[in-house]
Design a protein around this ligand. Structure first.
Ligand code: INI
Length: 156
């Protein structure tokens, strides 16, 4: 049998930085709710080990995530935001900037940076992914953050 490296969903000992962009805030707050709920359900110490930062829009998420990751105070950083094509003429630029920046922040710092940003054509689709018909992308990102934090620790 090969040696297995696999992150487990036990958040108890890990510290998380969350960054939420304010654009489309009403939906973004539901993503934050989903993220915190998932972290709590997997044993995270919400009061002691979770920090929430807010920034203007999805374009600004990567820099805040990178700065948080560089502090060494977090085992994973989760970017949360909502980009809606219908209301955004520069949708492609914003989504590309956010995705590439988040990936770069992770690679530059060695800290997992998760992408809990809803990118949709319509407001209705965004609402569906923020705690209604289609789950909660914040909760999904939280679980990925826990798994990655644990996997990184195992790799050492
Ligand atoms: N930012 C978002 O997070 N979501 C959007 O839908 C959006 N729209 O519609 O433009 C958006 N734009 C702002 C952008 O992220 C920056 O904050 C802004 O360009 C200043 O740098």
């Amino acid at each position: 049998m090969p040696h297995r490296l696999e992150g487990h969903l036990d958040a108890e000992k890990y510290r998380f930085g969350l960054v939420l962009s304010r654009f489309n805030d009403a939906i973004g707050e539901r993503l934050l709710d989903g993220t915190l709920d998932a972290l709590r359900r997997h044993g995270a110490d919400i009061e002691g080990n979770v920090t929430v930062a807010r920034c203007p829009g999805a374009m600004e998420l990567p820099l805040v995530a990178q700065k948080m990751a560089e502090t060494g105070d977090y085992d994973a950083v989760v970017c949360l935001g909502v980009v809606i094509r219908g209301a955004t003429s520069h949708y492609d630029l914003v989504t590309r900037g956010a995705t590439r920046g988040a990936s770069r922040a992770a690679l530059d710092t060695g800290v997992p940076v998760l992408f809990g940003v809803v990118t949709t054509d319509t407001i209705e689709q965004a609402i569906e992914r923020a705690g209604t018909k289609a789950g909660n992308k914040g909760a999904d990102a939280a679980e990925a953050a826990i798994e990655m934090a644990d996997l990184m620790q195992q790799i050492g």
